[in-house]
Write a protein that binds this ligand. Sequence first.
Ligand SMILES: Cc1cc2nc3c(=O)[nH]c(=O)nc-3n(C[C@H](O)[C@H](O)[C@H](O)COP(=O)(O)O)c2cc1C
Length: 330
Amino acid sequence: MDLTTHYLGLVLKSPLIASSSPLNREIGNIRLLEDHGAAAVVLPSIFEEQIEQEVAEIERFTSVGVDSFAEALSYFPPAAAHHAGPSRYLETIRQARDAVDIPVIASLNGTTNTGWTQYSRVIEEAGADAIELNIFFIPADPLLSGRDVEQRYLEVLQAVKQAVNIPVAMKLNPYFSSIANFVCELDRAGADGFVLFNRFYQPDIDLATLRLQRDLDLSTPAEIRLPLLWIGLLAGQIHGSLAATTGVETVDEVIKYLLVGADAVMTTSALLRHGVGHIKTLADGLAEWLDAREVSSVVDIRGRMCQRRISDPTAFERANYIQIIQGWKS
Ligand SMILES: Cc1cc2nc3c(=O)[nH]c(=O)nc-3n(C[C@H](O)[C@H](O)[C@H](O)COP(=O)(O)O)c2cc1C
C-alpha cells in the first residue's frame, strides 16, 4: 500500500501529521509519533511576544529600557523565556531533528511584519524542514478594513519568505470575506501551503465569579465540515499544498479530507484524548480502507470528490444550502 504524499514540497510517507500542540514539545513524544506512523510533526508555536520578550530581556541587561513592552511581557509567566522561550525553542528543533527522520515543522505565531520575523532565519538554521505561520489576529479595531487585515497577513508572509529558503505554510482562520480569493493571493505571494483552519478560542463567562473564562474544548468530528468545504473548493486551484486541520478523530475524517483534496491531514485533539499511539490507528485504518476497495495508493483517492471533479459542483455552493434547509424533516 502506497500512502506517500507530497506536502510543501516534502515527500511524506503518509498524509498523517501531528499538528502543533504541547505534545510535540517533548522529544520522547516526537519519537513515539514517528514510531507509530506520523509522517511529520509540527512543534507548538513560538510567539512573536516571546521573541520580543527575549530581545527585551537581553536589552535590559545591556541597560536599554523595556517599559514600552510591559503589556506584551505580561502575556507570559516570568520564567517563560527560560523554559519555553526562543532559545529553548531552537534547542527543541535541533533535538527533534537529531531524534527523528520525519520532517519537523516549526510554528511561528505572530501578527506584525516587524523584526521578530527574522527569527524564522534561525529556525531554518536550527534544522526545521518547514515553517507553519499562524497569524492569530483579531481585528478588533472598527477602523480596520478587511483589506487592511489581508494586507497584514501578506506582509508577514512576505517578511518570513524573504528570510528563509525552507517552505512556509499559512495556517489560516476561516473569517475572511472571500477565502478563495485571499488564499489565491497568498498562493501568488509565495505561500507553499495552507493549513485549514485554525480554531479560534473565544472566551466564555463564568457566571459564579463574573470573570472571563479561558478554557479550551477539544474538537469533535462535526467540525470537519467547514475545512472540508473550503479544501474541496480550493483543491486544484492553487499551486501550494493543502493540509486539513480540525475534527480528525477517526480514519473516516482522514479519508473525507483526502477525498476533497487535502495533501496532508493533521490531528491534535484525538492524540490528546487517546495518546500518541492513536496515529497508528489512523494510519492502519487508512491502509485497510484503501485495501478493502482495491485502491493501491492515496494518490488514487486524493481530490476525487473536490468541487472540480464531482458531477454536481453546486453541491459545494448555495444549492446545497437550500436543499439542506428544505430537506429538513422533524
Ligand atoms: C492544547 C492545544 C494546544 C495547541 N497549540 C497550538 C499552537 O501552539 N499553535 C498552533 O498553531 N496550533 C495549536 N493548536 C491547534 C492545533 O494544532 C489544531 O490546529 C487544532 O486543535 C485543530 O485540530 P484538532 O481538531 O485535530 O484538534 C493547539 C491545540 C490544542 C488542543
